[in-house]
Design a protein around this ligand. Structure first.
Ligand code: SF4
Length: 366
């Protein structure tokens, strides 16, 4: 109970801080003159290795697509990025994951420790993983140095998990045991599961949440699988299972939700269309991603999209020089043309764009 109360207090404080930072960020933009004075992003996702140990059926970035030796971010470059982000102090959240399994990087524990050591102001250091390698020193370091850890999961037993991920039948039990052992380590890290639901696991959501609850994990979030770049097709796909999933979530909430275990219902219908009617994306200055190819991309969705997602490279430049050198790169992507697909930050982008189009006097009144 105390643990949850202090976590909520921390969350509230963080939300407030983020609000102020985002507000500063928004105020720093000048879309009319196509420039920003935002000294650096507010949140960053970093990929230190470009490989995964699974090939999930719902993931477009399957490990099978990558051949040859993996790109692994060099230690010096990683340290430089941390120091530069620390120097400008706008950063609020630092997540080690981008279309990969970050724990395949053998230095991942050190990277988390280094991030915590470098950021002297309040920056969340986070990991998203499938949990297969969450053992030993890595688990120990995350438990005590990471802010939150999210484990993606979909299968509800050995065979279903193996089918989803292209792994062996015993992998599910291994992952569940890893989560249980991780929670037993104590530490301040908030661990949550992210359950992506499609027609196969729709009737097993409550069963999976029951298993997760028993591990001691802090939360479980349920979201729909994005099966198409068309909103209408997504809705049509989920329509036959919509009521089933909602009933499963309600059942799980009734049986398992508690002070120390939150079930977050993010299972909703998609927009009818993914078309955008705006021509610039504010969020790419808030949450860009740095990939292991040392390119900076607009967002998670645009990673490795050299034609429509690339902002620039830090291969031969400091992050700060890349960021402040020329503002046109922030306005090259036109969402009405280049982003006619699912975009996770669309509601936030719309809020920011509303802010810019609102009458200034009215804003002050509000
Ligand atoms: S997909 Fe969304 S976040 Fe990414 S560039 Fe397009 S509008 Fe921006």
């Amino acid at each position: 109970m105390l643990e949850k109360a202090s976590f909520l207090k921390h969350e509230l404080k963080e939300k407030l801080r983020k609000l102020i930072l985002v507000n500063m960020g928004i105020r720093a933009y000048d879309p009319k003159f196509r420039k920003t004075n935002l000294a650096s992003p507010l949140t960053v996702q970093v990929q230190t290795i470009d490989r995964c140990n699974a090939s999930c059926i719902m993931c477009p970035y399957s490990s099978l697509e990558k051949t040859g030796p993996p790109n692994i971010m060099e230690e010096d470059l990683y340290a430089r990025i941390l120091n530069e982000l620390e120097g400008v102090r706008t950063l609020r959240s630092f997540t080690l994951m981008l279309q990969n399994e970050p724990l395949l990087d053998t230095r991942i524990a050190e990277r988390v420790r280094d991030a915590q050591k470098t950021f002297t102001h309040n920056v969340l250091v986070n990991i998203v993983t499938n949990g297969a390698l969450l053992t030993g020193e890595v688990a120990e370091v995350f438990a005590h140095h990471a802010t939150w850890l999210r484990i993606s999961i979909d299968g509800w037993d050995g065979p279903s998990y193996a089918e989803y991920r292209g792994v062996k039948n015993d992998e599910f039990t291994k992952v569940i045991n890893n989560i249980r052992d991780f929670k037993r380590l104590g530490g301040k890290c908030h661990a949550g599961a992210s359950i992506i639901v499609d027609r196969t696991n729709a009737e097993h959501v409550s069963e999976l949440i029951a298993i997760l609850r028993e591990t001691g994990i802090n939360s479980a979030k349920v979201s729909p699988c994005i099966v198409s770049n068309s909103g209408k097709e997504n809705n049509e796909y989920h329509e036959p299972i919509f009521a089933i999933v909602k009933a499963q979530i309600a059942k799980a909430k009734a049986n398992f939700e508690a002070e120390d275990f939150e079930i977050f219902d993010s299972f909703h219908t998609q927009l009818e269309t993914f078309e955008k009617d705006y021509t610039w994306c504010p969020y790419l200055q808030i949450l860009p991603v740095i990939a292991a190819d040392l390119n900076v991309y607009a967002c998670h969705d645009k990673a490795y999209n050299l034609e429509e997602g690339l902002l620039g490279s830090i291969k031969d430049a400091r992050f700060r020089d890349f960021w402040l050198g020329g503002k046109d790169k922030f306005f090259r992507i036109n969402p009405s043309v280049h982003c006619r697909h699912h975009c996770v930050v669309e509601p936030k982008n719309k809020l920011i764009l509303d802010y810019f189009t609102a009458d200034k006097a009215h804003l002050d009144f509000v």
